[in-house]
Every structure is written in structure tokens, then in C-alpha cells.
Design a protein around this ligand. Structure first.
Ligand code: ADP
Ligand code: GN1
Ligand code: MG
Length: 372
């Protein structure tokens, strides 16, 4: 057995798992944590599965605070779901405790681990295969935000400070261009110019939050399609996962990040940019689903700003990929040398396409001012 497998088995044994561990394999396509699927056999013969994750503590500097957030948010969601007649063991993440009653395990090598119950009979998609899946994810992400409306925001740790502060992201990007430790800036002059041409845009959401024109809410902040489990039978969004970045934010972050990923006709890391565009049918479908899921809680200003949320989350993400490329690919997992650069290019291509379709995007959002 490989050294890593032996370690994984030992770490799994630190948690309150049911039955005998049968297998442990890497799972999913997240860019941040290392995720494993555990299969166990209970004494009854029933199969029980879990998700084991090594938390990325380079990205999340305070794993303890992060797990406090997750324990608090999942307990709150479970209570709400039970009150609404749902199944809290399936419709919210369930943290599996360690044998000594903790919510995570710190290994001697200072890695941090946690475990969740595996959400069974559900699937998470890395691309939109059917428009109705994207619509259902919108309803679920909107509903998630509504469920958390009464969550005590002040109790949340800021797991990544300024996570969607686009101005801060812009400043970090400029620093990376300036420092240029790997001498990559010259080769991406066109991409750098794409950002500098849009500096003013970067301020829009920050200014609206600062002036109180749009409200600060408790938001998920990482609403890409593979962060939601859809029921295999009904197709409904059953459970929102990847709660590492639940923090105070704007509804436009959650809406925008989903559009960035799911309304793109190509993959986030597509090399052939002719495949990249903003699909307005998917855009309209997600807009409808998200507004419905929020159940009337979005303000008029938020609805009017939905297209801007989509554009800025896409620009910001492209800027983050480019920053990481310039800094030497420390943040996002990469699977080929120019992976972050490819990802950056799809995001900028998507932004450009949104700009070309701006009037139509605004008309779609404005339609919901009367309907909501
Ligand atoms: P990352 O932060 O690296 O994106 P995620 O928490 O999103 O990590 O997990 C990666 C993938 O693992 C998800 O996209 C999903 O497919 C799967 N996954 C995570 N948690 C669960 C769960 N509780 N049940 C089923 N699948 C899960
Ligand atoms: C990361 O963790 P994951 O893969 O769901 C990132 C998001 C980016 C996304 C781009 C904590 O999401 O902010 O939008 O990659 N998460 C973090 O795909 O930085
Ligand atoms: Mg994820």
C-alpha cells in the first residue's frame, strides 16, 4: 500500500465513521482542497460513504475559524430545513466529528482534515449538460441565500479577507505585474491591457456596498455548478456544498459567479476561444431561477445590477487566474503549464462577449423588476 494511502487510512480512523473502511479514492474537480471518497461497510451490510478533505491551509489561513463557520452554518441550515419539512441529513452538509469530538483533525505534519457525510443519489456537474440543471442550481443557490438571511453575520470569520473585493483583487494584480517574478508579464501584455482598460468597472460593486445602495448579506461566494448537488431522480438542487467561503457579501457575487461558470458555452479552461461566449438563454434561465429562489428578497437595485454582477465576477476571476499565473501558480491547482493563463483567457473572452450583449442582458434583468 502506498504511503499516502496508509496515511489516508490512519486519518480516516480519526473520524466517527460507521463500519469497516473498504476503499478510499480521490474525488471531484475542485481547484482548492484535496478531496477523497471513502466507502465503508456497516455491520448491517449497508454501504456508507463519506467525503474526506485535506483543507488547503495555504489558501485558508485559519482552518479552525473556517470550521467554526461551517459547523455554525450547517447546524443553522439543518434546523431550517427540518422546520420546512426537508431532510437535514441530505439537504445540508453534515460534518462528521472526530473521535475526540472535534470538527477537524490536525495531523502532525500540520495538515488539516475534515469529513462530511456523502450526499447520496445526487450529482455535481463540471459543465452544464442540460439547461434545466442550471435552472435548478439557480433556484437552490437563491434559496440558500434566503435561508441564511437571518444568520448572525457578525459571528462569521472572514475566511479569505476581501475575497470578492474587486478593487483589492485589482491592486494585487497590479503588484504581481510590477513584481513579475517569473518574467511572464511581457508575454501577457494583451491580457494585462484588458484589465487596465476596465479599471473603473472594478469599483462598481465595492462603491454600491460602501454607499449602502446594495445590502451586505450572508453569501456563499463560490457558486459554480460543481458546488451544488442535484438530485439524480428529481433533478432539483438538493444540497449546496463547498461552504469554505460563506461570508458577508453581495447577492450579486453569488449570482455573478454562477453565470461566469455556467452560462459560458465553453469550459473554464478551454483553449479554443471560438467556443467561448455568454449563452443568453442560459443567462435568462439562471436569472429566473435565482430570483425565484431568493423568493422576493432581492432589491430593485440588485436586480438592475445583475448583469454587472455577472461581468465583474468574470473579470475578477480572470484577473485572479492571471495574477496566479504571474506569481507562479501557487493558488489554483493546475494540470498543465499554462493552465491559469488558459483559464484567464476564457474569462476575458466571456467578459468581452457580455459587453457586446450588454443591452440584451440588461433587458432580461429589467424584466424581473415587474415580475418579482
Ligand atoms: P474544492 O473547494 O476543492 O472545490 P469541494 O468541497 O467543492 O472542494 O469538493 C470537491 C468536489 O467533491 C465537489 O465538486 C463534489 O463533486 C464533491 N463533494 C464534496 N462534498 C461532497 C459531499 N458531501 N457529498 C458528495 N460529493 C461531495
Ligand atoms: C475555486 O474551490 P473551487 O474549485 O470550488 C475558487 C473560486 C474560483 C474558482 C474558479 C476558495 O473554487 O473562488 O471562482 O476556483 N475558490 C477559492 O473555478 O478561491
Ligand atoms: Mg468546489
Amino acid at each position: 500500500m502506498s504511503r499516502e494511502k496508509t496515511e489516508l487510512l490512519q486519518i480516516s480512523g480519526r473520524f466517527e465513521i460507521e463500519g469497516e473502511l473498504e476503499s478510499i479514492v480521490p474525488h471531484g474537480n475542485g481547484h482548492i482542497n484535496d478531496t477523497f471518497l471513502l466507502t465503508c461497510r456497516a455491520a448491517s451490510g449497508e454501504q456508507v460513504r463519506y467525503i474526506l478533505q485535506r483543507m488547503n491551509h495555504e489558501v485558508f489561513k485559519d482552518p479552525k475559524g473556517l470550521m467554526e463557520n461551517i459547523v455554525g452554518v450547517t447546524a443553522f441550515l439543518q434546523k431550517k430545513i427540518a422546520e420546512n419539512g426537508g431532510d437535514p441529513r441530505r439537504e445540508a452538509l453534515n460534518v462528521i466529528q472526530t473521535r475526540d469530538g472535534g470538527s477537524y483533525w490536525q495531523e502532525t505534519d500540520s495538515t488539516f482534515w475534515r469529513m462530511y457525510r456523502f450526499v447520496e443519489d445526487a450529482v455535481s456537474y463540471d459543465v452544464v449538460e442540460r439547461p434545466e440543471d442550471f435552472y435548478e442550481s439557480a433556484v437552490a443557490f437563491g434559496h440558500f441565500q434566503k435561508l441564511l438571511a437571518e444568520y448572525p453575520a457578525e459571528s462569521l470569520h472572514e475566511t479569505i479577507p476581501n475575497f470578492h473585493n474587486t478593487v483589492d483583487r485589482l491592486n494585487n494584480f497590479k503588484k504581481a505585474v510590477e513584481a513579475d517574478p517569473l518574467h511572464r508579464a511581457a508575454e501577457v501584455a494583451e491580457e494585462i491591457r484588458f484589465v487596465t482598460d476596465r479599471e473603473e468597472d472594478c469599483h462598481v460593486l465595492c462603491d454600491l456596498l460602501a454607499s449602502g445602495e446594495i445590502p451586505l448579506r450572508v453569501t456563499h461566494n463560490d457558486t459554480k455548478l460543481n458546488n451544488i448537488m442535484l438530485d439524480q431522480v428529481s433533478g432539483k438542487g438538493i444540497c449546496v456544498i463547498d461552504l469554505d467561503t460563506v461570508m458577508p457579501g453581495s447577492a450579486l457575487y453569488d449570482y455573478g459567479d454562477s453565470i461566469r461558470f455556467g452560462a459560458n458555452t465553453g469550459a473554464e479552461d478551454e483553449k479554443d476561444l471560438t467556443k467561448i461566449s455568454c449563452d443568453l438563454e442560459l443567462f435568462a434561465l439562471y436569472t429566473k431561477g435565482f430570483i425565484e429562489g431568493c423568493g422576493g428578497s432581492l432589491t430593485e437595485k440588485e436586480i438592475l445590477m445583475l448583469p454587472m454582477g455577472a461581468k465583474l465576477m468574470t473579470l475578477e476571476c480572470g484577473m485572479r487566474f492571471l495574477t496566479d499565473y504571474l506569481e507562479g501558480d501557487h493558488y489554483f491547482k493546475i494540470h498543465r503549464p499554462e493552465h491559469n493563463l488558459d483559464r484567464c483567457r476564457t474569462q476575458f473572452c466571456m467578459v468581452k462577449d457580455m459587453e457586446d450583449k450588454w443591452g440584451r442582458m440588461q433587458a432580461i434583468a429589467e424584466h424581473y423588476l415587474d415580475v418579482q
